[in-house]
Design a protein around this ligand. Structure first.
Ligand code: PMP
Length: 432
């Protein structure tokens, strides 16, 4: 049986780990599978499961692996760092070097603080925004995901949407009432809410990628910037996914809009646990030990993780002229070809894409611009798509609410093989 070792591991896992996974997006529930594949190793564009099956990977650890699995430069840096020790609870030079490098790529950040995850970065960013403005409420968009801190698990995207709900249980009413929500793209609603002048910050994915990829625009982001300025609200761009991916300087560089605070994760850790938040000096000076907004972490700025991030970001910076263009060309090649295949089998789809990200929505709408559209897209077709790919050696995201991630390591041969398999999947969908 193709997946028998994964199945055996899952049988043990599910008895001891809720759902058998340490993050719900790893379960294959919404694509009609009882258990996920358990991964043994990865190299370049490929991963290998515990049954020895090889897959072309479009999850790429949900974003960090823009250079592919086990990139040689990152691996060499990590090996060197490991030899020096694992963690000291004291500062190291590499934290400062990564800080300088990241701030150079993000001129909106005078200062930066490292965390161990994107969740911690957004949680701390919201806390500092509350302290800076002396306001309690925050505003977020429906279907955007900002990690799993209490304040941000409201009308959330990613794994919650996949599992069919949007608000987590276990959050106090007090916290819930302080998180306000607007539909993405609705300028009027944002205006109404922020004009109360009770809101500390608008936290947003400048390019939403946790309800599938949703297109953003300079005009919309500029409107958010203007309303925040008019109402004394801080604008937080959560660039945990878009940072170093849609451009070296993230969506803020791509669209030319400057936030007050930026949160980062994924790519800045090179596949190891690193997150970060940063912004103007006067805001960052509120953080302990300079100010009294507490943020800490035993493993924050972990020496091995920041070295991995340093190597990855250095590579991106050194190759920025060609690298982002090449990634975008790969996605255009893929998505143009997928559209042709869909036409051939009369399968209604709409693809949203930006840089090295894309999502295929099985929908006959002309445009997918909000959460409702995504919820109404065809889940059964997505499931057939996912499963046909998996059975033929390609891993797509196991949810219609996520994006495909393309890496530098994906070759033309990988893309063509993927298209062959997508052809099989769409043929099946066309026959249903
Ligand atoms: N913000 C965004 C936009 C994310 O996509 C994610 C995770 N996918 C997070 C925050 C949380 O990051 P982490 O999973 O590292 O806690």
């Amino acid at each position: 049986m193709r997946y028998s070792n994964s199945e055996k591991i899952y049988e043990k896992a599910v008895k001891i780990i809720p759902g058998g996974v340490n993050s719900p997006v790893r379960a294959f529930k919404s694509v009609d599978k009882t258990y996920p594949i358990f991964v043994n190793r990865g190299k370049g564009s490929k991963i290998y499961d515990e049954d020895g099956n090889e897959y072309i990977d479009y999850i790429c650890s949900w974003g960090p692996l823009i250079l592919g699995h086990n990139n040689e430069r990152v691996l060499k840096g990590v090996r060197e760092a490991i030899e020096l020790g694992s963690s000291f609870g004291l500062p190291t030079k590499m934290e400062v070097e990564l800080a300088e490098l990241v701030c150079k790529c993000y001129p909106s950040m005078d200062m930066i603080r490292f965390t161990t995850s994107g969740t911690e970065a957004t949680m701390a960013a919201v806390r500092v925004a509350r302290a800076f403005t002396n306001r309690n409420k925050i505003l977020k968009f429906e279907g955007c995901y900002h990690g799993h801190s209490d304040s941000l698990l409201v009308s959330s995207g990613s794994g919650l949407l996949t599992d069919g709900y949007q608000d987590s249980n276990g959050i106090t009413e007090g916290v819930l009432k302080d998180t306000l929500v607007a539909p993405f793209g609705n300028i009027q609603k944002v205006k109404e809410i922020l004009e109360t002048k009770e809101v500390a910050c608008l936290i947003m994915e400048p390019v939403p990628a946790n309800m599938g990829l949703i297109n953003s625009s300079k005009e919309f982001l500029q409107a958010m910037r203007d309303i925040c300025d008019e109402t004394g609200t801080l604008l937080i761009f959560d660039e945990v996914i878009s940072g170093f991916r849609v451009a070296l300087g993230g969506a803020q560089e791509y669209y030319g809009i400057t936030p007050d605070i930026t949160t980062l994760g994924k790519i800045i850790g090179g596949g190891y646990p690193v997150g970060a938040f940063g912004g103007k000096k006067e805001i960052m000076d509120m953080i302990a030990p300079v100010g009294r907004v507490y943020h800490a972490g035993t493993l924050s700025g972990n020496p091995v993780a920041v070295r991995a991030g340093f190597e990855m970001v250095s590579h991106l910076l050194e190759n920025r002229e060609t690298l982002y263009k090449e990634l975008e060309e790969k996605v255009i090649y893929m998505t143009d070809s997928i559209e042709k295949i869909a036409k051939k089998y009369d399968v209604p789809i709409k693809i949203n894409k930006l840089g090295s990200l894309f999502t295929i929505f099985f929908s006959d709408l002309d445009e997918i611009t909000d959460l409702e559209h995504v919820i109404n897209s065809n889940t059964t077709h997505y499931s057939i798509y996912f499963n046909t790919l998996l059975d033929n050696g390609v891993v797509a995201p196991p949810s219609k609410y996520e994006a495909h991630f393309v890496s530098v390591a994906h070759t033309k041969e990988d893309l063509d093989r993927t298209l062959e398999v997508i052809d099989m999947a769409f043929k099946k969908i066309g026959e249903t």
